[in-house]
Design a protein around this ligand. Structure first.
Ligand code: PLP
Length: 409
């Protein structure tokens, strides 16, 4: 008799984006003339950089010729991209990596969701709240998160991030966390962590033999000096952290699919017989069995980002989004909103005015100025009373949305 993985039945259905879509569709049906501005999506809108397009065309042509055709790629990914990553993303920050430490993948969602395959189910977890839902759900699916209670999953320690603590999570004290998920710059709050604060987490992990899963998907959006781009800028992090990066937000690859994960050779964890085992070897084994790699064409597309032209072009696109963020931040601040994020990340996180809940403010914006954003509570209980706007829209829409809000005041 075949049975299912019962853990899937414990997962609450995520209503967030379907609820938003349903509310917007209903409003549109009742108000066909309303011009609705969508500032809720977490997806990019600008096209790929010309250097990327050119590299992809060239790679496609190579696939048309028997001399240059490529079949299955190397298991870690092609070395030209590993090399470009090491030389461009890490060496300039004083971080030395071996080729074997870089795993090319199809994006950060897959690897942040799959990394748990190589770790014991008895590890306790620590997550910041609000949070990108993949970390929680992927652990719930294999049973590691425990049982869902009114206070959240029984095996997860939640670290609230809110205005009161400056969106800086504090170290868990109630129980030791074996696996810790951190995402900076943060989605959804758009806030960052300082080097001194990140060092506290690295020191905690080294002291307690924990592992930090560091999601740096928005690293390219950091504008201020002195904000860490990689966790490996912190001494000792290679012994306790895995870092996830993605070209999705960096270079508009949400539809192309390419990213990478760093699993340092020094990183080990305990086996049931008490011996230490390198996670790099386990992850390699896991990927060789279950992951098919990302295509040669995608590799060449990603490599093009590191060319002089490519670098300039993706920087322009990031500047476009960050100027959107600045416009919204300034306008909202001027209107008296309490605004966070938007300086080193493409997300604005604001406190709902007049004590409104996240969903009340959602309805208020949809019905009044016809603006769609994302209710903060959808990312976790500590998001209640907050609201996320993204800077990934068009300039015209950002400006128009701010005009409409001002007219309400
Ligand atoms: C968008 C995003 C990613 C990247 O996902 P991909 O699978 O690479 O497209 C990872 N982490 C967070 C927090 C994100 O918002």
């Amino acid at each position: 008799m075949a049975t299912i993985n019962n853990n899937f039945l414990k997962l609450p259905v995520s209503y967030l984006f379907s609820d938003i879509a349903r509310k917007v569709a209903k409003y549109r049906e009742e108000n066909p003339d309303a011009s609705i501005i969508r500032l809720g999506i977490g997806d990019v809108t600008r096209p790929l950089a010309p250097a990327v397009i050119e590299a992809m065309h060239k790679a496609v042509d190579e696939m048309a010729c028997s001399e240059t055709f490529r079949g299955y790629g190397p298991e870690h990914g092609y070395d030209f991209l590993q090399k470009a990553i090491i030389e461009n993303d890490y060496l300039p920050r004083g971080i030395k990596l071996e080729m074997d430490e870089v795993f090319i993948n199809d994006g950060a969602k897959s690897d942040t969701g799959n990394i748990g395959d190589i770790l014991g189910l008895d590890n306790s977890l620590c997550m910041t709240d609000p949070i990108y839902p993949v970390y929680v759900d992927s652990n719930a699916m294999c049973g590691r998160a425990g049982e869902l209670t009114p206070d959240g999953w029984s095996n997860i320690t939640y670290c609230p991030c809110n205005a009161e603590n400056g969106f800086t999570p504090t170290l868990p004290t109630s129980r030791v966390a074996d696996i810790i998920y951190l995402c900076f710059p943060n989605n959804p709050t758009g806030t960052v962590i300082t080097r001194a604060e990140l060092k506290k987490w690295v020191d905690y992990a080294l002291q307690h033999d924990s592992i930090i899963m560091y999601d740096a998907a928005y690293e390219a959006y950091i504008q201020e000096e002195d904000i860490p781009h990689s966790i490996y800028e912190i001494e000792g992090a290679k012994r306790c952290a895995i870092e996830f990066r993605s070209y999705s937000k960096t270079a508009g690859f949400t539809g192309v699919r390419c990213g990478y994960t760093i699993v340092p050779l020094e990183l080990t964890a305990r086996a049931s017989d008490g011996s230490r085992v390198a996670l790099n070897a386990l992850w390699n084994r896991r990927q060789c069995t279950k992951f098919n790699g990302t295509s040669y064409i995608q590799h060449r597309a990603a490599e093009a980002i590191y060319s002089e032209e490519g670098r300039k072009q993706i920087r322009e696109t990031i500047s476009y989004y960050m100027e959107n963020a600045r416009i919204m931040r300034d306008a909202l601040t001027e209107m008296g909103y309490e605004v966070y994020g938007g300086v080193n990340a493409p997300y604005i996180w604001l406190r709902c005015p007049k004590g409104m809940s996240s969903w009340e403010f959602f309805d208020y914006l949809l019905h009044g100025p016809h603006i769609v954003g994302t209710p903060g509570v959808g990312f976790g209980p500590s998001g209640e009373g907050y609201f996320r706007l993204t800077a990934f829209g068009t300039r015209e829409n950002c400006i128009e949305a701010m005009h409409r809000l001002k007219a309400l005041n």
